[in-house]
Design a protein around this ligand. Structure first.
Ligand SMILES: [Zn+2]
Length: 188
């Protein structure tokens, strides 16, 4: 199976698990985010116009098919950087599908400066590494001993902590997904 097809199946599966409130929240997020050209192409004109004015309807119906491409995109996001092996495992274990392999190239994500797993789609956008909890902060990544910033610990301290207990801080350790290490490729 091709990666894109695997992501599509996974997205549909997770879309069906969404509650009405969760779906509404994701659609509202969309109205405050930049609109990627690839998503814009899939959207109905009404949804594009609503986005352009950043005005969701007051009686937003999350089940309306005009919002489906937005939700599918949101469901794919947590799997975009996952390895093919991880996608196979997820298709088998969560979706109950018999899949031998997933093929296709992974996007070239950036390695986390702390744990080296490729968990960042872009540099310095304040995303959180799901493996170690490091928040991508361009200032802290330039000044390795500076604890001021998004992380509360310096990059060097975070690296030391990761070696010791596999998270940048004890608090972060509790929030991390133990599966994340199996999900992302590690940089050589
Ligand atoms: Zn990391």
């Amino acid at each position: 199976m091709q990666r894109e097809e695997a992501l599509e199946k996974i997205a549909w599966y997770h879309l069906k698990q969404l509650s009405r409130d969760e779906a509404t929240e994701l659609i509202l997020e969309f109205f405050n985010e930049p609109l990627k050209p690839s998503l814009r192409q899939k959207l109905n004109l009404t949804a594009v116009l609503q986005w352009e004015t950043h005005q969701p309807p007051t009686d937003l119906q999350p089940g309306n098919p005009i919002y489906r491409p937005i939700l599918l995109e949101k469901m794919k996001e947590p799997f975009r950087g996952a390895t093919n092996e991880y996608l196979v495992k997820h298709l088998k274990e969560s979706l109950g599908l018999e899949v031998d392999q997933v093929i296709g190239e992974l996007p070239t994500w950036l390695p986390c400066p702390v744990c080296s797993y490729r968990t960042f789609a872009v540099v310095g956008d304040w995303a959180t590494c799901p493996v170690c909890g490091w928040v991508s902060d361009p200032v802290q990544e330039a000044m390795h001993d500076d604890p001021t910033g998004a992380n509360g610990v310096s990059l060097n301290q975070a690296r030391q902590n990761y070696e010791e207990f596999e998270a940048i801080t004890q608090e972060k350790l509790e929030e991390l997904d133990p599966e994340a290490k199996a999900k992302y490729p590690k940089s050589a």
